[in-house]
Design a protein around this ligand. Sequence first.
Ligand code: PXP
Length: 241
Amino acid sequence: MIKLAINVDHVATLRQARGIDEPDPVFAAGICELAGAAGIVVHLREDRRHIQDRDIMLLRQTVKTKLNLEMGAAEEIIQIALQLKPDMVTLVPEKRAELTTEGGLDVIGQEKHLSDVIARMKAAEIPVSLFIDPDAGQIRTSARIGATFVEIHTGRYSDAQNAKEEDSEFSLIAEAVDTAHEAGLRINAGHGLNYRNTARIAALSKIEELSIGHAVMARAIYVGLDQAVREMLALCSCITI
Ligand code: PXP
């Protein structure tokens, strides 16, 4: 059955808005795990706009499931990851001005740099996932340079303006999942998934895990974090194809 990893960055965003010490993403991560999440995801950005170094250090000690550190491939963050030894890292493109991660990584264009980063992580026994658009070239290059996982970017599917567009983006994701599977990669997916559009992606049986943040945190404001996670888990497990 597909697993659900919860991204708790937004808890830190709310804390940073006040510059005080609550709400605490470390506490939130514990609630997500108790509700059944199979992993916790945090993005340590170079500008530290939400998650702080203190958070990842505490999460490393407290997360009982799996800690996935999302990060840009910048040297400062690479050094932190090598010391922290999360259960895995997900490399993402990072631009200072963006509101959230915008596109997938250009693995083809950055093949040399990314393969060096993967080799350094592997030497520290940290599996690497590359966050990429559903594109066969990016997938095959990811496999060739030694990635363990790819995370297929579901953002364009989530942003689709009508059913036709959603169907065509879904087909691209389904094809990408097959291509990644044939290339021997393990497969995660995420970005923009919500309570309406997740079940269809979760039904793609070759995907191991979904990474979801915004929709769960938004719902948590109304119904509480425990219930928001449980409702998303129920959606993820209702159909399998
Ligand atoms: N996966 C990656 C690589 C991301 O950068 C993000 C956003 O931090 C997510 C998944 C989760 O996206 P959302 O918050 O839209 O669920």
